[in-house]
Design a protein around this ligand. Structure first.
Ligand SMILES: [Zn+2]
Length: 279
């Protein structure tokens, strides 16, 4: 490779996206981030547990590593089992445990990913699901000190009830999971919060827009600009005002719930009538 900021370890494509922050692309499925401080390193998300993540992280840092999850979804928190110190918002804990999370569900997910044209990973035959309870909860305003740099946890309820983003004001970086991302924001599943709560929490984030420039999302493009945040707010406003003219979406591989897609600028939200107003 002729880009010195890009390399491949154990099939993960790794990009240095900011000072001491690596993006780890899990085979085209999701993106994790490793942020290093003077004392320790923080891994944001662990993907779907498809590869040898711990070994890969060890090749990038010699600091002790702990994990924070942006949320409890299968493609963000299922590699947790490789790490001892893991934090997840307790509202999403059930997503990473039986009876919701099962080997069968995970295998089905893996099979689907392998068929995706973007999938760049290993053959997963013979792998099975490993689950581990998080060691701690992430609450609003919690600070993770890495030594010389610090991330603050901010809750963005919507995509899941316990979704969190992580802000490093000093270095002007926001790690946003699936809460601010270039792909559609999914707020249509049985457990999703409402578009109203999502907008309320995006406004909380927008009130701090002077504290970050780069947004590092949980999928695809890395990084993205703040325009996504403002377009998402407009998109949510239009849905709440009844001004949306949505298209019918097909998200049956994720949920049997009806899915409407509304777009504004670069952003889009997938929702349905059950998840518009706060209950
Ligand atoms: Zn998600």
């Amino acid at each position: 490779m002729d880009n010195l900021n890009l390399r491949k370890i154990n099939d993960y494509v790794i990009q240095l996206v900011a000072d001491h922050i690596y993006a780890l692309d899990e085979f085209g499925v999701d993106i994790m981030y490793l942020a290093e401080g003077k004392e320790r390193a923080m891994l944001v998300d662990t993907g779907a547990g498809l590869g040898r993540l711990k070994e890969t992280v060890k090749a990038l840092t010699d600091k002790p590593v702990f994990v924070v999850n942006t949320h409890g979804h299968i493609d963000h928190a299922l590699g947790n089992y490789e790490f001892d110190e893991v934090y997840l918002n307790e509202k999403d804990g059930w997503m990473t445990e039986p009876p919701y999370m099962t080997n069968e569900k995970w295998q089905e997910f893996c099979m689907r990913q392998r068929k995706e044209p973007a999938y760049t990973g290993l053959d997963l035959t013979g792998k099975s699901l490993c689950l581990q309870k998080p060691s701690g909860n992430i609450a609003e305003g919690m600070r993770f000190d890495l030594g010389g740099r610090e991330f603050e946890a901010i809750g963005i309820s919507g995509h899941t009830p316990g979704s969190m983003v992580f802000l490093d004001s000093k270095n002007r970086i926001l790690i946003s999971g699936d809460s601010v991302v270039s792909t559609p924001i999914l707020i249509f599943d049985t457990y999703s919060s409402s578009v109203e709560e999502y907008l309320r929490d995006l406004k909380k984030l927008a009130a701090r827009q002077e504290e970050f420039d780069l947004i590092l999302p949980g999928h695809y493009l890395r990084p993205i600009g703040k325009k996504y945040l403002f377009d998402l707010m407009e998109c949510a406003e239009e849905i709440l005002a009844g001004k949306a003219e949505p298209e019918q979406g097909d998200f049956r591989h994720m949920s049997s719930e009806p899915a409407l897609v509304h777009r504004y600028g670069q952003a889009s939200i997938v929702y349905n009538e059950e998840h518009i107003r706060m209950k």
